[in-house]
Design a protein around this ligand. Structure first.
Ligand SMILES: Cc1cc2nc3c(=O)[nH]c(=O)nc-3n(C[C@H](O)[C@H](O)[C@H](O)COP(=O)(O)O)c2cc1C
Length: 378
């Protein structure tokens, strides 16, 4: 058993008892502990690749994915952990999110990158603020990674919160070009981080879409998608707070612009809507974190909405009878074989996990992907 497996197992036993600590102390301990644990995890690479059933392999956008489950953005922000993902049997690997200018992320009340686990609710809150080394540094690092079969490498990018207008769009596309040169297999455009300021125009289109989003996607089409030297799929990740009524307009826009897939989605800021899904003993910490930092809610409370939004999207895409490939990714509350089975039944081919990954790692260690796919067959 590796050091990180021992650490995660011990922590999962202590964590529920930590709720008796003052919330501010709990946030301090876990914001720091999360980073220390990640550093140890990415070094703790299993000697052999855990085998996932071959029938789970799938070809999407002409690329072989080992299976339909991979890490969500933000887990490997600096491009660490590719070999770990390969050996654990992940279906793919996603680095980032990066921005044009490197960011150090949020600090408040003496806490850097505030994070709060709520293990009893299968949930977490974070207010990281997109700390990252920037597109150029991560693209360079990814270009040097030795690729393995069945684990395609992707990068998550975002428009820089410090820039606006044309400058921001230009820098985003420059970043996408650097990733293209680095030879990665897909790009995920993060349009949904709740923890950084966003450039929202007060203007809306007749479909009710944010005009600055429409402008950005048009710019990416004209300056990147239309003259891609190779098929480098670009997926857009929206929030799990996206209104279901907006899905047709969002998808029509994405299809018109030539994007290749969509991900529902990112963390939620609908605190009052999800408070009932936080167990009684964790409500105090939930209240403290959301009033002190705000932040995005992740994990089990998002399970139903991510399925609903991604399923609606699949149905809408099927009704369009497209002559090109467009895939739907589900992220939010993925933790068990049943979640993957429900996605498969709804025609969702790819899933990402973050909160559930760490809970599963504490229980099953490096066999966490195998556990999902062996339970699915039972
Ligand atoms: C600590 C933390 C950091 C995150 N960082 C990012 C990020 O950099 N980019 C992004 O698109 N999503 C980020 N997310 C959101 C996740 O990718 C995912 O969309 C969300 O957590 C819902 O999935 P889950 O329920 O499996 O956790 C982050 C989530 C957490 C918990």
């Amino acid at each position: 058993m590796g050091f990180s497996e021992i650490l995660a197992g011990m922590d999962s036993k202590i964590r529920p008892l930590m709720n008796i600590l003052p919330p501010a102390y709990m946030v301090k301990v876990y914001s720091r502990g999360r980073k220390t644990f990640l550093k140890s995890l990415v070094k703790d690479i299993p000697a052999e690749t855990v085998q996932i059933p071959e029938e789970k392999r799938q070809t999407l956008w002409e690329t072989r994915f080992g299976n339909g489950l991979m890490n969500a953005a933000g887990m490997f922000k600096t491009g660490e952990g590719y070999l770990l993902a390969v050996r654990q049997g992940a279906g793919a690997y996603l680095a980032g999110t990066t921005t044009a200018i490197p960011r150090s992320g949020n600090v408040k009340s003496g806490v850097e990158h505030p994070f709060l686990p709520m293990p009893g609710s299968g949930a977490a809150l974070n207010w990281m603020g997109l700390p990252n080394p920037g597109h150029a540094a991560l693209a360079k690092k990814l270009s040097l990674i030795g690729r393995k079969k069945n684990c395609p490498l992707g990068a998550s990018v975002s428009s820089d919160p410090e820039q606006s207008g044309k400058e921001a769009m230009q820098a985003l596309v420059e970043g996408m070009k650097l990733y293209d040169k680095a030879g990665i297999c897909f790009i995920e455009l993060n349009e949904s981080c709740p923890n950084v300021p966003h450039e929202h125009g007060s203007e809306f289109t007749s479909d009710g879409l944010d005009k600055s989003l429409v402008d950005r996607l048009e710019y990416i089409k004209e300056n990147f998608l239309d003259n891609r030297p190779r098929l480098l799929p670009v997926i857009i990740k929206f929030s799990n707070d996206t209104a279901a009524e907006q899905i047709p307009a969002l998808l029509d826009l994405m299809l018109d612009m030539g994007f290749d897939g969509v991900n529902f989605g990112n963390t939620s800021i609908n605190y009052s809507g999800y408070e009932s899904r936080i167990v009684q003993g964790e409500k105090k910490n939930f209240g403290y974190f959301t009033s002190e930092f705000g932040g995005g809610l992740s994990g089990r409370p998002l399970k139903d909405i991510s399925l609903e939004l991604a399923s609606m999207t699949v149905k809408y895409i099927q009704s369009k009878e497209l002559n090109r490939e467009f895939n739907v990714i589900r992220t939010g509350g993925i933790e068990t074989a049943r979640d993957i089975a429900e996605s498969e039944q709804a025609g969702i081919k790819l899933n990402q996990w973050f909160t559930g990954y760490f809970d599963s790692f504490a229980k099953y260690g490096h066999n966490l992907y195998k556990k999902i796919y062996s339970d699915e067959r039972d």
